[in-house]
Design a protein around this ligand. Structure first.
Ligand code: TMP
Length: 244
């Protein structure tokens, strides 16, 4: 296969940079070491995070594809770069929760670690300016953020992805507490609004991963809460997801 060439930076986010390529339907996703929390009020660097997240995300996207989930992942190119399909991201972040933690614990006044009677699914409006406010299906409809048909597809897909990943992490001694997912429509050079694919990344930046035995946090909460051992936690997740 001919090597896809990087052309120019088209977007820079808090943790990743997106580049166009000589193939109009494909992009390169570059993973940075920078870390932010609390809507970028807290900023820092996690040494090697970009390399580890690129590898972790690549393994997880491959696993999901094997389970029949369609994702934007094409292949990992090198340490920090992944080739992806071009998507138009739907501006709705989907958070799926299996165990109470973080903002759910604060909102409901329950301790972190309490198992939930049923899976909780939440929507947030993807807007850095507004700090990603929580929304529901009425907001999505009223503000035309996505169609009701697409929201139905995304909801079903998010729950299915969560089921596969709970099992995947459980087999590696990890409890998947919660995770954030983003979806988008495939954009082709000659046509718009293709199928919906899972986009973005699946890494310890956007999920909570606890050791099953000790409940040790192995995710970005170590950075958010100044718990120390941040890089070691990402390295630990990489080693465990690498196990087949
Ligand atoms: P929360 O408990 O702070 O609402 O976070 C729920 C999950 O979503 C957690 O795994 C971290 C992830 N998340 C992001 O990926 N980006 C964000 O901006 C926030 C607030 C959470």
């Amino acid at each position: 296969m001919k090597k896809t060439e990087k052309i120019e930076k088209i977007y820079e986010g808090k943790a990743k940079i997106i580049y166009s390529t000589d193939d109009p339907d494909l992009l390169i996703q570059y993973f940075k070491d920078s870390a932010t929390a609390f809507n970028a009020k807290k900023k820092g660097t996690i040494q090697n995070k970009g390399i580890l997240n690129n590898k972790i995300s690549s393994i997880i996207f491959k696993f999901l594809e094997e389970r029949g989930i369609r994702t934007h992942f094409v292949e990992r190119l090198d340490d920090r770069e992944m080739l992806i399909k071009r998507l138009k991201i739907i501006p709705v972040e989907v958070v799926v929760r299996n165990i109470a933690a973080g903002s759910l614990s604060s909102r409901m006044g329950i301790e972190e670690g309490r198992p939930l009677k049923d899976t909780v699914l939440e929507f947030y409006y993807k807007s850095d300016k507004l700090g990603d406010p929580m929304i529901n299906e009425y907001h999505i409809k009223a503000f035309d953020l996505s169609s009701p048909e697409d929201i139905k597809k995304i909801t079903e897909s998010a729950l299915e992805i969560n089921r596969h990943l709970v099992e995947f992490f459980d087999n590696r001694g990890i409890r998947l507490v919660d995770l954030k997912l983003e979806f988008g429509h495939r954009v082709y050079s000659d046509e718009n609004n293709g199928e919906i694919l899972l986009g973005d990344e699946i890494t310890p930046d956007g999920s909570r991963l606890w050791d099953k035995e000790t409940e040790k946090r192995l995710d970005k909460d170590r950075f958010r809460r100044d718990l120390g051992g941040v890089e070691e936690a990402y390295q630990e997740i990489y080693e465990r997801v690498s196990r087949s």
